[in-house]
Design a binder for this molecule. Sequence first.
Ligand code: TEU
Length: 551
Amino acid sequence: MKRKNNWWKEGVVYQIYPRSFKDTTGNGLGDLQGVIEKLDYIKSLGVNMIWICPIYESPNRDNGYDISDYKKISDAFGGNETFERLVSEMHKRDLKIIMDLVVNHTSDEHPWFKQAKTSKKNEYYDYYIWRKGKNSGPPNNWQSVFSGDAWSYNLSTNEYYLHLFTKNQPDLNWENPKVRSQVYGIIDFWLSKGVDGLRMDVISLISKRNSFSDVPEKMSFAQVMEKVYANGPKIHKYLKEMNSKILKKYDVVTVGEGPGINLACGPKYVAENEKELNMIFHFDHLTIDFGPNGKYDPVTYDFIKFKEIFSQWDKALENNGWNSIFLGNHDFSRIVSRFGNDKIYREESAKLLITLLMTLRGTPYIYQGDEIGMTNISHPSIDDYNDVESLNAWEAAKKNGANMKEFLKAIHWQSRDNARTPMQWTDKKNAGFTTGNPWIKLNKNYKEINVENSEKDKNSILNYYRQMISFRKKYPCLVYGSFKDLLPEHDKLFFYERIFNQEQFLIIHNFSNSYTRWKNENSQYVKIKSNYKSSSQEELSPWESRIYKLE
Ligand code: TEU
């Protein structure tokens, strides 16, 4: 199949976690006016799209991923009026806006759920998923992604409701056509206001396996996700319906977040002829360091496997569909801490990672703060953490008699708060994020790592990001060209070619702290970009990236 060219394939996305971006009111929480004030900065990076995490009315049990009013922007962020100003200011600058659509579940404070839980006769009862208990406990042994049972008891209906996340996030019943038509109404509401795209939260989970059978004891949580929670029997029916009823009326981009989506089932979600979604986020590479007991049981990741995942996904979507290229977001550690070296090679490795992101096939996503090389935190006490996933995992570990000193290390490594500390703008009070008390502790290193310092230094990570983004935009080959890993078995080097018509590139990255022997054997290829000023013909420096072009 001949691949179609689309604006969203050729662009680059910048992801904003609004509560940690920029506060303009002094209440310690980022807001939309803050985003507006920073639009020129974002534009200066060279990106074309901004994905903004949920900003709707919410009790914030999961920082906005628990929505109580889908058509209202939270007043804490500035309300609908500020949002409309944001859209218009973005469009003035030729920036597209992607909103987060969270419709696997609502908040338990959403009027639908407040009604539903009152009685089995209530007209909203069937908006959610209810089952009778078994042996004076929940209907089955399903566990929530955020620890504990995935079912909570409700007295008025004498039943349990399903929540794959916290108990404050009841799952919607997509079997009910009224639920689906409400969702399409919400989508229409925002797209008709000029929103250019949707990132769909855990969209892989909306179709449930209605037998609700127990999960076999031995299954790892990753397998449960793949085989039990995600990719349910009607998922493609729902996505096709969503597309034909509403999405196809607009020229918008859609990216489905897909826990549990694997190589076998992934391509169908994004195949152009299936008319469902444009892109998905799969997590094969971001769960690569999860151990036998999941995220908070981390293991050293296998670099060869890491490269293989990129190759396999590229191949799977080669002729039909489109990839999203990302190494982190608001749910994972900082990319330089996780995949680079945030100590002695912070600058080099951060530059290597953006070189990787900008030279793979697919649409690249950059998460706020990565452009200045922000790093993980390691607070001495769990009390300094905010994320519900970390806090629940901590309680569960305590109950299970875990070694809590070790567990704190796992929190340091994996907590979602690593990515949620306030954006570091300056070396002044609270890194210029707020004049008040920040809702979450800052990373102590803001005096050194901040936008203001990065602007002054022409060799900063920030300025290198700008160069790399504009570099990518210059060559269609980097967007559409074929991809081939040329050294799949090498345990330090990632070396690949990209080819598109007459344009050809060789790209090499040294994912290690050591000097590594490597020589360009083909003199027709000329080095045109690197994260080092000068380098040897015989070896690569630690965390060095080079791009060669066929002349
Ligand atoms: O994340 C979905 C999801 O599965 C994540 O919880 C992910 O698996 C986990 O963080 C990895 O440890 C989405 C949102 O991105 C996340 O912020 C929400 O908390 C979650 O959905 C529930 O809406």
